[in-house]
Design a protein around this ligand. Structure first.
Ligand SMILES: Cc1ncc(C[n+]2csc(CCOP(=O)(O)OP(=O)(O)O)c2C)c(N)n1
Length: 355
C-alpha cells in the first residue's frame, strides 16, 4: 500500500522544486503570499498558547507544524464554497476569512466564535470527532441538488478515520457523487495514540479505495503540494465528478491541547528534529534562499504587521462581556426540547444557590 500511495511532493526538504512543470506558475508573489499566511497562522497559534497560559482564554487546541496542510488547502477553495473545520483547524479558517477576533472569542466561550463573517461559509469547529464529515457531505449534496457548483472542504485527523462517521460520509459522498473534498491531516497521533496502534492500514489514503473514491497521499508540510493537489480535487468536485480523499502527512510539534503533556507518550526529540527538517515555513524559506529572494526586511515588516493585527484582535476580544453559560442552552435547537429546558433549569438553580 505504501508503494500504491507514495507521498507526492513538489518542494523537497532542501527547498528545491522537484516538479519543474509548475515552475512557471510559481511566482515570487505566490510564494510570499503562502509564507505570509503561514506566518500569520503560526504567530496567532503561539499567541493563543501564551494567552491560555496567562489564563486569558480557555483550553486551546494548537496546530503548530500543520500550517502548510491547512493554509495550502484553504487557499484552494473560493468564496461561496463551504469549510468544515475540526477544533484544530484555525489556520484554515483564518485563511478562508474567519476574523482573528472571533477566533479568540471561540476560546473564551462566546457564541460569536462560531459565527463567520458575512458571506464566508465556515461551520463552527466540530469537537465530536468526525461528525463534520457528515455535515460536509450533506451540504455538498444539497448544493448539487440545487444545481450550484459549490463544494465542501472538510478537515479531520487520523483518529477520525476510525469513526463510523468517516465511513458513512465517504460512502454517501461516493454513491451520490457529492462535491466534497475530504482533507485528512495525518499528524501521527490521536491524542496519545500513534497511528500504528490505532489502525492496521499503512495509509489513510487507502481507506478511500473501499468507497471507490480517488485518493492521494501528499507531503502535508509542502504547501505547494497541498495547494495544487487540493485545487485539483476541488476542480474535480466542481465539475460534478464527485469526492476526493487527500491524506496530508504532517506532524504536530506541540501537545494535543494545552491540557495535555506529549512527553508522556512520545519522544519529544522527534519534534525538535522536525523543526530543522520538515517544518513548512522553513521549507519555503529555504526555497526563497535558493532563489535568492529571501528578504529579512520583508520578513520583519510582515512580523510587525501581523503582530499589530493580533494585538488589535486581542483588545477587541477583551471588550466583550464574559460568556454566559446560558447561551449553551439557547443554541442547541431552534426550539429547545424539554430535556434542554430541564438542563437549563438545573443550571439556573445552581446559579441561584439551590443545589
Ligand atoms: C466522538 C468523539 N469521541 C472521542 C472524543 C475524544 N477525543 C478528542 S480529540 C480525540 C483524538 C482525535 O485525534 P485525530 O482525529 O487524529 O485528530 P487530532 O486531534 O490529532 O487533530 C479524541 C478521541 C471526541 N471528541 N469525540
Amino acid at each position: 500500500m505504501l508503494e500504491r500511495f507514495p507521498v507526492t511532493q513538489y518542494i523537497n526538504e532542501d527547498g528545491e522544486l522537484i516538479k519543474q512543470e509548475v515552475q512557471e506558475e510559481l511566482s515570487l508573489d505566490l510564494v510570499k503570499m503562502f509564507y505570509e499566511k503561514m506566518l500569520r497562522a503560526r504567530m496567532m497559534d503561539k499567541k493563543c498558547v501564551n494567552l491560555q497560559r496567562q489564563g486569558k482564554i480557555g483550553t486551546y487546541v494548537q496546530y503548530e507544524g500543520q500550517e502548510a496542510a491547512q493554509v495550502g488547502s484553504a487557499l484552494a477553495i473560493e468564496e461561496g464554497d463551504w469549510m468544515f473545520p475540526s477544533y484544530r483547524d484555525h489556520a484554515a479558517t483564518m485563511t478562508f476569512g474567519h476574523s482573528l477576533r472571533n477566533l479568540l472569542l471561540y476560546w473564551v466561550g462566546r457564541i460569536e466564535g462560531g459565527i463567520p463573517p458575512e458571506g464566508k461559509n465556515i461551520f463552527p469547529p466540530a469537537v465530536p470527532i468526525a461528525s463534520q464529515l457528515l455535515h460536509a457531505t450533506g451540504v455538498a449534496w444539497a448544493e448539487k441538488k440545487k444545481n450550484t457548483d459549490r463544494v465542501s472542504l472538510v478537515y479531520f485527523g487520523d483518529g477520525a478515520t476510525s469513526e463510523g462517521d468517516f465511513h458513512e460520509g465517504l460512502n454517501f459522498a461516493s454513491v451520490f457523487k457529492a462535491p466534497v473534498v475530504f482533507l485528512n491531516q495525518n499528524n501521527g497521533y490521536a491524542i496519545s495514540v500513534p497511528t500504528e496502534k490505532q489502525m492496521n492500514s499503512k495509509t489513510i489514503a487507502q481507506k478511500g479505495l473501499g468507497y471507490d473514491i480517488p485518493s492521494i497521499r501528499i507531503d502535508g508540510n509542502d504547501i505547494l503540494a497541498v495547494f495544487i493537489e487540493t485545487k485539483k480535487a476541488v476542480d474535480r468536485a466542481r465539475r460534478g465528478e464527485g469526492p476526493t480523499l487527500i491524506e496530508a502527512v504532517t506532524w504536530r510539534y506541540g501537545a494535543h491541547t494545552t491540557a495535555d503533556d506529549p512527553s508522556k507518550y512520545r519522544d519529544q526529540s522527534e519534534s525538535d528534529r522536525r523543526r530543522t527538517t520538515t517544518d513548512p515555513l522553513l521549507r519555503l524559506e529555504k526555497y526563497m534562499k535558493n532563489e535568492n529572494s529571501w528578504d529579512e526586511e520583508w520578513l520583519a515588516s510582515m512580523e510587525q504587521k501581523i503582530t499589530n493585527e493580533i494585538n488589535t484582535a486581542i483588545s477587541e476580544m477583551k471588550d466583550y462581556p464574559k460568556a454566559d453559560i446560558d447561551q449553551v442552552f439557547s443554541h442547541v435547537f431552534e426550539k429547545p426540547t424539554w430535556t434542554i429546558e430541564q438542563q437549563r433549569e438545573h443550571h439556573m438553580s445552581i446559579k441561584r444557590g439551590k443545589v
